[in-house]
Write a protein that binds this ligand. Structure first.
Ligand SMILES: [Zn+2]
Length: 345
């Protein structure tokens, strides 16, 4: 059921709230939830999923430049269509970041509203972005003054394990020590070193990669798919413990100055248990980064969401990292499950 507005675009109103709530009232596999139907609609550029102390949210920017965070709490209806650009491009430039100091970063929207050329930026936004320099600063020594201030704070080196047992090494600034790992979607993790600054921690990160063989990135799609068939929690914790111990042994044997070896365990958010314990959950059968969708958020791990969809009791795991750089129209839409898939349910 779709309410209409003068411009003919769908909105989510009372009628569609009822339409949404009907199929979600009985599913045996899902949590009983109060459905939060959003009354705000419109076009937004999505900067992807981020977490704060209250939970996950979707960062959005309107064409007028206003930014807002759409909370992705349990029960939230995420209903949208992905809008292509004039040239058909689905991924758009997210602009550039100026790092002012340890605490402040200023996001500058893309002046040309361009398609993304590399990653999530057009060429000119990439060129003026401070943040791109952070990954190479321990080798190049190149950093503008604000980024230097940011890098002067203590940083943590962590070893994170995902639901399929894949494990990576990474870094977190002191102020983002916990949330960085939450955003990564770590199922088990340990902090293995506290470094005096952001340069030393990246030297240590490279050392662990080169000597202990831990990668520095695991793709979001892999993380989300793994959550459909997670390894047992004890196995994941032991896997992480073994890799963390190997990294600590390696670090203890180096003469690199400016850090201490640590042994501190990361505690994942409570809602991760809902995702990891979702019986019968399978990968969402469509690409959340194109087409139209309506999903009710049940719980999240990083950018992966356990969602309910109208017309089936099967819970799905959707990779909402696919929304990064997409232009979305928030409104009254629905997920049309592929016919073959529906037959399997
Ligand atoms: Zn740009």
């Amino acid at each position: 059921m779709r309410a209409s507005t003068p411009n003919g675009e769908g909105i989510i109103g009372r009628e569609s709230a009822e339409a949404f709530s009907r199929p979600f009232s009985a599913p045996s596999l899902l949590l009983p939830l109060e459905i939060h139907v959003r009354t705000d609609t419109g076009r937004y550029l999505s900067a992807g999923v981020s977490w704060d102390d209250a939970g996950p949210c979707l960062a959005l920017r309107s064409p007028a430049g206003e930014t807002r965070q759409m909370r992705l709490d349990a029960g939230t209806v995420l209903s949208y269509r992905v809008l292509p650009g004039e040239d058909g491009a689905l991924r758009h430039c997210l602009g550039s970041v100026k790092v002012q100091d340890r605490y402040t970063r200023t996001a500058e929207p893309c002046p040309g509203h361009c398609a993304a050329e590399r990653g999530y930026q057009c060429g000119s936004c990439f060129a003026r972005d401070d943040w791109r320099l952070v990954h190479n600063v321990h080798r190049s020594g190149i950093a503008p003054p604000g980024l230097k201030l940011y890098l002067e704070q203590p940083h943590w080196l962590y070893v994170a394990t995902f639901a399929d047992g894949s494990t990576k090494v990474g870094t977190a600034a002191d102020g983002r020590k916990h949330l960085r790992l939450v955003e990564q979607g770590a199922v088990a993790a340990r902090y293995v070193a506290r470094a005096d600054n952001g340069r030393v921690v990246r030297v240590l990160e490279d050392l662990v990669t080169n000597e202990a063989g831990l990668v520095q990135a695991v793709r979001s799609g892999v993380k989300a798919a793994a959550l459909a068939q997670p390894l047992e929690a004890g196995v994941l914790d032991r896997t992480n413990s073994v890799h963390a111990a190997a990294a600590r042994d390696l670090l203890a044997g180096t003469d690199i100055p400016g850090f201490t070896v640590t042994a501190e365990t990361f505690h994942r958010p409570d809602q991760a248990e809902t995702v990891l314990g979702a019986a019968g959950a399978i990968a969402y059968p469509l690409d959340p980064g194109s087409g139209e969708h309506a999903m009710v958020i049940q719980a999240m791990v990083g950018a992966a969401a356990l969602v309910a969809v109208e017309g089936t009791d099967t819970p799905f795991l959707a990779d909402l990292a696919r929304l990064k750089g997409r232009r979305l129209h928030l409104g009254s839409y629905q997920t049309r499950l592929p016919a073959l898939q529906t037959a399997l349910f």
